[in-house]
Design a protein around this ligand. Structure first.
Ligand code: DAH
Length: 340
């Protein structure tokens, strides 16, 4: 083989190399072309093998041409590798503007939300939070509240009895007695908590439900104070246009006793499905603490007067969120709970 024909082969391989470099655009393709041209059995080493058949006086120039080709190939391929690495790194870098994957977060139960709002409003009016037992003696749940054995009001309450004179409390009024036993007036508390009754569950009854009891005792407390506090609460909770009304009623531990209603906060009194057309939502009972109760716990009923009120948490939550079945609050269905 002459130097000339070898030089011709060098030029051909160089052109092949150049077009292969221009076409390669993946790591695998670059590696494949490196093996094809510069590998141990590649095109360049094949040229070196042919060098032996070139006449000795032409070998130097021919060898130089192959070495140049080899150098050219190495330079171009390493440039290609670094250019490719630079572009693929940019593509693979995380896009910091993409929204992340949020961990699933829980949320507060609707009854908790409503209870918290109610508590905050009363705390801002100076009421303290009091707690009491859910498993209660008949004395605190009934007798001390002027509901003696055999009193028809006991029958009304559908009590769940535990052993030995204990009951599951049927209301949060038990806390009134416990607070007054350990504290002299002035007393100003609310007591949120669970209550239990032997009710068959339906859209408006649940054997477990929540009440918030209120109690205020001091010298000179009147029904007007009760009315003012309830009205203030209604307006803070549902807006400045709220009205309240009291209807005469009977609860053994208050005298006079009443039931009280709020303007329906869905239709603002015009009448709708939630208030059954009446324009009012029944909240619970209230009244002036019966002097008999003061005598029982040892307050001077000549000196002190007070008011007490109840509040049904589910009733408020149902109207507020337009929940039509009380059982929804207790079924723990995520499709319901995730809406709050
Ligand atoms: N304890 C009553 C009930 O569960 C509600 C109630 C009525 C509470 C009148 C009071 C009250 O404090 O004065 O139905």
């Amino acid at each position: 083989m002459t130097e000339n024909s070898l030089q011709e082969s060098v030029r051909t391989i160089r052109r092949d190399l150049e077009s292969a470099i221009a076409a390669a655009d993946s790591t695998q393709e670059i590696e494949a072309l490196r093996v094809r041209f510069l590998g141990r059995k590649g095109a360049v080493s094949a040229l070196f093998k042919q060098l032996g058949s070139v006449p000795p006086d032409q070998r130097k120039a021919a060898g130089q041409a192959i070495n140049d080709l080899k150098q050219f190939g190495e330079d171009e391929i390493s440039r290609l590798i670094s250019r490719h690495a630079a572009t693929t790194t940019t593509e693979a870098a995380p896009d910091l503007t993409l929204p992340g994957n949020w961990p699933q977060a829980g949320s507060l139960h609707p009854l908790t939300l409503v209870q918290r709002r109610i508590k905050t409003i009363f705390q801002n009016m100076g009421f303290a939070i009091a707690d009491g037992p859910e498993i209660e003696t008949e004395y605190y749940n009934f007798e001390a509240l002027n509901i003696p054995k055999g009193h028809p009001a006991r029958e009304m309450q559908d009590t769940l009895f535990v052993d030995n004179g204990f009951v599951l409390r049927t209301h949060t009024s038990n806390v009134q007695i416990r607070v007054m036993e350990r504290q002299r007036p002035p007393v100003r508390i609310i007591s949120p908590g669970r209550c239990f009754r032997r009710d068959t569950p339906d859209a408006t009854h649940s054997p477990v439900f929540h009440q918030i009891e209120g109690l205020c005792v001091d010298e000179g407390i009147t029904f007007a104070d009760l009315r003012g506090v309830i009205l203030n609460f209604a307006r803070q909770m549902f807006g400045p246009d709220m009205k309240i009304r009291f209807r005469p009623s009977y609860f053994p531990f208050v005298e006079p006793g009443a039931e009280y209603d709020f303007t329906c906060f869905i239709c603002m009194g015009r009448g709708c499905r939630v208030c059954k057309g009446s324009g009012w939502i029944e909240i619970s009972g209230a009244g002036m603490v019966n002097p008999v109760v003061f005598e029982t716990i040892g307050y001077d009923s000549e000196r002190y007067t007070g008011y007490a009120f109840g509040m049904g948490v589910e009733r408020i939550a149902m109207a507020l969120y337009q929940v039509e079945d009380i059982r929804m609050f207790f079924e723990n269905d995520l499709r319901f709970l995730q809406q709050f």
